[in-house]
Design a protein around this ligand. Structure first.
Ligand code: HAM
Length: 415
């Protein structure tokens, strides 16, 4: 009898495997320009990790996990996604005590027992990114700019970024109550899944793909009407930074996501060329997750790209590029205006292949210490005075020499 691959799992054969390598190499180059480093975690984890992070009531945990007992009776699961494993590793290795900021990326297979169809597999690869330790909206914007840059680098220019904020633990309970109130009296018109969701995970009703349920939720209350002051401010700043970084996006208040750990910013990258499974990447902020899994109270934000879906969009063979490592330039930024001013310069430098890191908060002194720790060759200092004068101070770390450079000339000066 012929032995074949398991349903929903495929081989990547040459020459297609060459294209995968090229895309992975280009992704690594983009990660370098954003100063992210690779993490590799096991494919198998204790089942409890995903139950506690992805969420007990989610489809992923309830219906889609490959779970089995090992020879000692321990319940193990093939990872359905990467974030939980990265957070587990981050806590286990006490990474937060070594560095307040962790910028990590990963490549690898994930497993979900879904009904296979075009773009939906039981084994699929993800390219993922997790930025841990920064609560500032600048971190959300950076991760989104990285995502955009990666798509540009592999020649995919026709995707659409949609963003939303799911609020936080303070304001979301009121939103959930409002949804439950809205559902009262009409629940029997919804599909069986939505009826179950209304009890355990009412937000997911917004995500039902069934036409009937979608029609019924046309007038459902929107999360934006329930954001607290802090969530409003956070989302406003993310939007401002994306605009400053020339990242195109659309706000979609119906994005809810299928994993429970999200708070505030959530997003999806969609393509019209993918058919029904149209999300090529997705992610968001997950500020309570590290703490919920027994670690310190460290915020996080990240995304994952579905590799099979990305490869469907990469039509022609992407040009391989040779990595050309250059030393890091670090931006010490004081205040949100300085952050906004720096956005387009940082984007341009990274697009030219330059590694650029930036501060996510703290005093100038602590930002300079960090630049030193990261071995930056130059630090660009931008505070309120500099913004007013339209200049930045560029400091060469080896000699300690520093000079004032007009903001409009920064890219030229640093390239
Ligand atoms: P996710 O939305 O579950 O998020 O998956 C991210 C991407 O993986 C999807 O947009 C899609 O491209 C791809 N994907 C998911 N399921 C399948 C499947 N069955 N077949 C093929 N491709 C699939 C996460 O996994 C989060 N961990 C993302 C994240 C990282 N959030 C914060 N950090």
């Amino acid at each position: 009898m012929k032995i074949e691959a398991i349903k929903g799992m495929s081989d990547v054969l040459p020459p297609e495997s060459e294209n995968w390598q090229t895309v992975e190499q280009l992704a690594r180059e983009v990660f370098r320009t954003y100063d992210f480093q690779e993490i590799r975690t096991p494919i198998v984890e204790p089942t409890e990790l995903f139950v506690r992070s992805v969420g007990e009531t989610t489809d992923v945990v309830q219906k889609e996990m490959y779970t089995f007992k090992d020879r000692k009776g321990l319940s193990l699961t093939l990872r359905p996604e990467g974030t939980a494993s990265v957070v587990r590793a981050y806590i286990q290795a006490s990474l937060s005590s070594k560095d307040p900021i962790a910028k990590l990326y990963y490549f690898g297979p994930m497993y979900r027992y879904e009904q296979p169809q075009k773009g939906r597999k039981r084994e699929f690869y993800q390219i993922g990114v997790e930025l841990l330790g920064a609560e500032t909206p600048l971190a959300d914007a950076e991760v989104l700019m990285l995502l955009e840059q990666l798509f540009l680098k592999v020649g995919v220019t026709d995707t659409n970024l949609e963003i939303n904020s799911l609020g936080c633990k303070n304001c979301r309970p009121d939103y959930i109550k409002a949804i439950q109130k809205f559902l009262k009296g009409k629940l029997n018109k919804f599909c069986d899944d939505c009826q179950k969701r209304s009890q355990k995970n009412p937000l997911r009703i917004l995500d039902c793909k069934k036409e009937g349920c979608r029609k019924l939720t046309e007038d459902i209350p929107l999360v934006s009407d329930f954001w607290c002051v802090e969530c409003h401010q956070h989302f406003r700043e993310v939007r401002g930074l994306l605009l400053a970084g020339h990242v195109k996006f659309k706000e979609n208040p119906r994005i809810v996501r299928g994993l429970d750990y999200y708070c505030r910013t959530t997003f999806e990258v969609l393509s019209d060329r993918l058919g029904a499974q149209n999300a090529v990447a997705a992610g968001g902020r997950y500020d309570g997750l590290v703490k919920d899994l027994g670690g310190p109270d460290v915020p996080g934000v990240g995304f994952a790209i579905g590799m099979e879906r990305l490869m469907m969009l990469v039509s022609t063979n992407p040009e391989p590029r040779t990595p050309n490592p250059k030393p890091l330039i670090y931006f010490a930024l004081l205040g949100s205006e300085a952050q906004q001013k720096a956005m387009s310069v940082i984007q341009e430098l990274r697009a030219k292949g330059q590694s650029v890191g930036c501060a996510y908060g703290g005093s100038l002194k602590s930002q300079m210490r960090r630049a030193d720790k990261l071995n930056a060759s130059h630090v660009v200092i931008l505070g309120e005075n500099e913004v007013v004068k339209g200049i930045a101070i560029v400091k060469e770390m080896e000699t300690g020499n520093q000079k004032e450079v007009l903001l409009g000339r920064l890219v030229e000066e640093l390239s």
